[in-house]
Ligand binder design. Structure first.
Ligand code: HPA
Length: 234
C-alpha cells in the first residue's frame, strides 16, 4: 500500500497500462483482460489487475496532467516494482496528415514544464520512448487498418491553452499531437531504468476543430489498448 494506491504489493503487475481516465481503466480491464479484479480505488483512481494471453497486467488510471501521473508512476515504480509502463490516452492532432481516430506512437515528448523540471534546472532533458516498445508497437499497429503515426508529441500543462504561439512552434517543428502526461512518464522511466511508451488516439484536432463523437470513441480506443498490450509482450 502507498499513499495513493491501496493495492497489496503482489496485486500490481510488472506491466502497467495507464489511461488518464479511471473509467477507461475499468472499461479496458473488463474488455481486454481475463479475470480482471479491482486492486485500487483510492480517490476513485481505479486500478485493475488481470491477465492478457496469460501475462499479468495492471491497468491503473493516472489522472489528468503530469503532476497526477507523476504520483502514480512514482509509486508504481518505486513501491510496486512496475517495469513497463504504457500510457494509453487521447491527444489533440497538430499536423494536417494526423486525422481524428488515428493512432500516434510518441517517440519523444517535448514539454515546457514537468514535475521533473526543477531537478534538471537549466538542462533541456529530451524525454523519449523505449525503443523496443516503440518498435513492437509500430509492428502491432501495422497489422491494423487504423492509420498510425510515429514521432514527437507535446506534453502540455494546460488543456485550455492561452499560448497559441507555442502550439505554432510545435506544429512548425513537426510535432504530431498534444496531450498532458507522456513527458513525465518518459522521464521517470529513464530515471528508474524502466520501459515506457505512450500510445495515443487522436480525439480532436487543433487545426480543424473536429472532435471524435463519444459513440465512436470506444472502437478507436480499442486499437490503442491492443497495440499497447501486444507491444508489452512481443
Ligand atoms: N490538449 C491537451 N490535451 C489533450 C488535447 C488537447 O487538445 N486533446 C486530448 N488531450
Amino acid at each position: 500500500m502507498t499513499i495513493h494506491i491501496g493495492a497489496a504489493k503482489e496485486d500490481i503487475a510488472e506491466t502497467v497500462l495507464m489511461p488518464g481516465d479511471p473509467y477507461r481503466a475499468k472499461w479496458a480491464a473488463e474488455t481486454f483482460l481475463e479475470d480482471a479484479r479491482l486492486v485500487n480505488e483510492v480517490r476513485g483512481m481505479l486500478g485493475y489487475t488481470g491477465t492478457w494471453n496469460g501475462h499479468p497486467v495492471t491497468i491503473q488510471g493516472s489522472g489528468m496532467g503530469m503532476p497526477s501521473l507523476s504520483i502514480y508512476a512514482n509509486e508504481l515504480i518505486r513501491n510496486y516494482s512496475a517495469k513497463t509502463l504504457i500510457r494509453i490516452g487521447s491527444c489533440g492532432g497538430m499536423q494536417d496528415k494526423v486525422k481524428v481516430r488515428d493512432v500516434i506512437l510518441a517517440m519523444t515528448a517535448s514539454t515546457v514544464n514537468s514535475p521533473s523540471s526543477s531537478l534538471f534546472k537549466e538542462l533541456n532533458f529530451a524525454p523519449c520512448a523505449d525503443w523496443g516498445l516503440l518498435q513492437a508497437a509500430a509492428q502491432a499497429a501495422a497489422k491494423r487498418s487504423t492509420p498510425t503515426h510515429v514521432g514527437g508529441i507535446y506534453s502540455s500543462d494546460v488543456f485550455y491553452d492561452e499560448r497559441p504561439d507555442l502550439n505554432e512552434q510545435m506544429v512548425r517543428h513537426g510535432i504530431l499531437g498534444v496531450e498532458m502526461e507522456a513527458a513525465e512518464l518518459y522521464t521517470l522511466a529513464a530515471r528508474y531504468g524502466c520501459r515506457a511508451l505512450a500510445v495515443l488516439t487522436v480525439s480532436d484536432h487543433l487545426g480543424t476543430g473536429e472532435a471524435l463523437p463519444s459513440d465512436q470513441r470506444e472502437r478507436s480506443f480499442g486499437d490503442m489498448v491492443e497495440i499497447a498490450l501486444e507491444a508489452a509482450f512481443s
